[in-house]
Design a protein around this ligand. Sequence first.
Ligand code: FES
Length: 375
Amino acid sequence: MLHSVSFSGNYPLEKHGILSFAAKNFMSDFHALQVSAVKKLTPNSVAITFTVPESLRNTFSFKAGQYITIKHQMNGQEIRRAYSISCAPSSGILTVGVKKMPNGMFSVYANEILKEGDTLEVMPPEGRFIFEPAGNPKNIIAFAAGSGITPIMSIAQTVLEGHPENVFVLVFGNQSPSETMYLDSIRRMKKQYTDRFFIQHVYSRTREEGALFGHIERSTVNFVIKNQFKNIVFDAHYLCGPEPMINTVSEILMEHGVSKEKILFELFTSSDSEDVLAEELEGKTQVEVVVDDETFSLTMDKKQLVLDAVLKEGIDAPYSCQGGVCSSCIARIKEGKAEMVKNQILTDGEVAEGLILTCQAHPLTPTLKLDYDDV
Ligand code: FES
């Protein structure tokens, strides 16, 4: 969280078709919200709580697991970051968790400068990595790593308070207890829901009593599913963290017979961190871009991301998360080639027909023609 910056993929291990996201482009309305608290969670993370005025209560109502996008001007540049909401919808507040990323922009600002009383531009909640408390009692298990805990906190609280027979198992990977976001809240929940909330910590840097040592991997999943909680049939499995963890856990769950419809995931990456492809890209590209029936031209460095270059020119291209998960920035390549650093949204077929997430794409050819309208 994203969250790290969180980004909202949330279907059972399939890339999303763009149609399901079409509505998002109509929701890019930001509202100024005042920060009512900035609370240190760990040395490198904070919880930011916003005051939502009465007039915006409906606009900012949310489901457990959703995220908000924050817009902020930094060094003359507008940046947007998506962060998962960590409180339960029933709490009446709006809180996100932000982990400081190395070389991060907004995450460093949020951790070091942002304070109570400041105002941020915030887009209403969205995302499909959700839990809706309806029907019979539910048994839920979640695997979270690092700041991937943020939406899980919201879901866990909602599951536990929703029905006295609901059970929630959390497998939570971190470097050490001191780097564990929301550890105090988790301990409080454990006391409150002694018989229904179970947690298995996994630490990679310190050995702690009762915790597993290492990362969330095959042996962790096997231990939890086949040993610790072998008598529980889980209704849903929520995975939130980096892609390798999501892939590993989901593969093993499916090997154990869990149907993919019962696995929901949210990819947490950092759009604050450096991208991988950039080093291999040399030279410049002449870009022609169509937005709202207008054509613009610009020259960009191949090391830049297409959306960054387009926005720098003042072109009003659609975008939201800048992290490769919301799908707002999709365009169609009309000429030339571009390659995405990350893509959890477009299917292989959509990529083959020329669609790209411009926030994730580097141009590969001397010229590139893009159309934001033809998607
Ligand atoms: S802006 Fe969200 S996927 Fe590109």
